[in-house]
Design a protein around this ligand. Sequence first.
Ligand code: BDR
Ligand code: CA
Length: 333
Amino acid sequence: MTKQRVIMDVDTGSDDAVAIMAAILSPDIDLVGLTTVAGNKEINFTTDNTLRVVELLGADVPVYRGCEKAMVCTLLHNRHGDYTGATGVGTKLDAQGRKIEYHTDCLPLPAPTIREQPEHAVFYLVDTLMRSDGDIVLVPTGPLTNLAMAMRIQPKICQKIKAICFMGGGFKVFNATGASEFNIWADPEAAQIVVTSGVPVTMVPLDATHRANFTLDDARELRSWNTPAADLVATLVEERVAAYNAFQPQELPDSAPLHDALALAAVIDPQVLRDVRLMRVDVDISGGFADGQTICDTRAFPDRTPNVRVALDADRERFVTLIKSLLRSCPAR
Ligand code: BDR
Ligand code: CA
């Protein structure tokens, strides 16, 4: 069977890291390139972290640095403005007064010795897609700035993209504000450009990712394999569970979502997503209370053409089993 060619656009990021590892390890995916964007962290960190993950797995995948700030967020005075990614370690006290650290700048891996490519991510996307046979699937797992920029520079890429499967948005679940998910909130105009591009789009929102959590038991199992890749994922799951337990306790005890890995897994096995519905989706770019909301029109007769397949649920067992099987294939120390 031919491998699916994929470009991932990432803001690494601990869940991005797991998604990248899964793509590199999957026999079904040919990871053509990785582009980075500011999001979880500033672009220096998201690029550096991406290189760390590629080097950990000894993979030969080029990394291209992309946009360091959102497209136009600075232009509205009442906007969150100039978002370029956070820096520093997030620290909060939980209900018991314990210090919980999360969203550290750097992944717990050695500083990379491999280097990023000289070309900008946006031009790489334009060149690579225009030269392709229309066989590349894009998996964005951060703000959609790079992709929207590429679409504006060369709209013809939209006919060249086979499909987009992105992590972002919310149907009923939100995290950045009461109405928006982080990746979309960070660059709402970019998201609106992408969902209205005419490319077949699948959206993997928080509603799905929160149904596919990894647990501390999963982390223990991964740890017992004693491989660098499984060890890293175990550490990331443990850190995420500590933060989610403290600030966003999940229905499944001692668990946390690995959002981005679900979007990548859906390219390998679409059945990891459940209750996928074709809807009209637009992004609120008003700068108001719902700024960055993915407005999913569930009416029987929406007045605009349905444009996005929205996953409302996920198959946790299937997803966790897939990720574990990929990590299992990684050689022991
Ligand atoms: C998304 O935001 C980032 O923090 C994660 O990496 C994920 O892509 C979840 O809202
Ligand atoms: Ca991400």
